[in-house]
Design a protein around this ligand. Structure first.
Ligand code: COA
Length: 373
């Protein structure tokens, strides 16, 4: 079997950033406006008054302080509360493809290869801009890549599941240089008017190159020791937006057509699943959790990562064992654990071990065990 290596990663940073202070100010302006407009109905008891949000709650409950978005004005406009992203003609590159192109080129520079050497493209993301043609085919054309491309959606685990596809393709010889890109425009699926979740997400795109070891210089990159995926059906994170909405005569503005979750249940159920998953995967490879230098965990909630890492090795999340990037980036769906890897792996010495692990809707969990070359 051919050994697979992560030879480079890339990160796209969207043009706008929103602090918790700005976000809460606009949310509370929306609440005031809503309550004034519905004053009579609220007094009559037929409409519930909305309650303001708070910066203190957001930071304490999630650890998030900031997020990047593709469009700030639309999100912060109390009369709109979602991004404004112009439709493009069919003969122009789409927004997601452009984000992916930027992240992929950065990964190629890090790996020291040309985009034309890529021979498989996996666009692995929680949301696709359209059903077809596959985003991956457009990204392949934008990069001038060869081979084939297809799209994958496993919500917040899309990137790790995509890495497994890329690793298997390289191991089997169906590709020599596979690209996994995860353009996450989460601002477009988030309900910015819902106090329970309006602070959660941010936009980004990550890129991961997986190459045959023989094509990568001896001391470059991380050897993939193993990947392990698991899913278990749950409705606790759900979005009913889809191509059947027209047939259902339903309205895209209804609450169930954007992100919804039972955050508390997700927290309680996913933490033990993720810790047990990582432990079992490491055991299969004959590795003790304490023998791993770093865990690049999914970035949804600081408290969740605290518990996962405590269970595994007794370390603190936010330490060098389990770096946190969600304070700056918020939850970037499948890109979060990849951003953590991208930003916190340059200091690894030869032979040191690390684990990328995502967890999210599905439920879905994906782990990738790596050894620095
Ligand atoms: N501002 C102020 N108060 C708020 C608030 C806001 N924006 N949102 C909720 N609250 C209040 C609630 O009304 C509730 O008040 P009560 O106790 O008087 O009823 C209280 O804060 C606690 O609400 P709860 O929803 O139980 O908060 P929580 O501690 O569970 O934190 C999350 C919410 C979403 C941060 C947390 O559950 C979480 O991150 N879960 C994991 C989510 C996850 O990983 N999802 C995957 C997504 S891909």
């Amino acid at each position: 079997m051919i050994e697979a290596v992560i030879s480079g990663t890339g990160l796209y940073r969207p043009p706008h950033r929103i602090s918790n202070e700005e976000l809460v100010q606009s949310f509370n302006a929306y609440v005031e406006r809503f309550n004034a407009e519905h004053a009579e109905a609220i007094a009559a008891g037929s409409v519930a008054a909305l309650t303001p949000s708070s910066v203190e709650f957001i930071e304490k409950a999630s650890g998030i302080k900031n997020r990047y978005v593709m469009d700030k004005d639309g999100v912060l406009d109390p009369a709109r509360m979602y991004p404004r992203i112009a439709a493009r003609p069919d003969d122009q590159w789409s927004v997601m493809a452009e984000m992916a192109g930027e992240a992929a080129r950065a990964a190629c520079r890090e790996a020291g290869i040309e985009p034309s050497q890529i021979d498989a493209v996996y666009c692995a993301s929680a949301n696709m801009q359209r059903p077809y043609p596959a985003m991956a085919c457009e990204i392949q054309a934008l990069l001038g890549a060869k081979g084939f491309g297809y799209d994958m959606n496993v919500a917040c685990s899309s990137a790790t599941f995509g890495i497994e596809q890329a690793v298997n393709a390289v191991r089997c010889g169906t590709a020599r240089c596979a690209l996994v890109v995860s353009p996450e425009i989460t601002s477009a699926h988030l309900e910015w008017r819902d106090r329970d979740c309006h602070f959660i997400f941010g936009d980004t795109c990550t890129a991961v190159l997986v190459q045959a070891a023989t094509d990568v210089p001896a001391c470059q990159g991380f050897a993939v020791l193993g990947t392990q995926l698991a899913t278990q059906y749950s409705n606790n994170i759900r979005n009913n937006f889809g191509f059947m909405n027209r047939c259902e005569d339903s309205n895209w503005q209804e609450r169930d057509k954007t992100f919804r979750q039972e955050g508390r249940k997700v927290f309680k159920e996913v933490v033990p699943m993720a810790a047990a998953h990582i432990e079992a995967h490491l055991q299969q490879l004959g590795i003790e959790p304490s023998g791993v230098r770093r865990y690049w965990l999914h970035q949804a909630n600081l408290g969740m990562n605290q518990l996962v890492i405590k269970k595994l090795v007794g370390a603190e999340a936010g330490s060098e064992v389990a770096p946190i990037i969600l304070d700056e980036w918020a939850n970037t769906a499948s890109a979060g654990s990849i951003i953590a890897f991208h930003e916190h792996s340059a200091d690894f010495a030869r032979g040191e071990l690390g684990v990328i692990c995502s967890f999210g809707a599905g439920y879905s969990i994906g782990s990738v065990v790596l050894r620095k070359r």
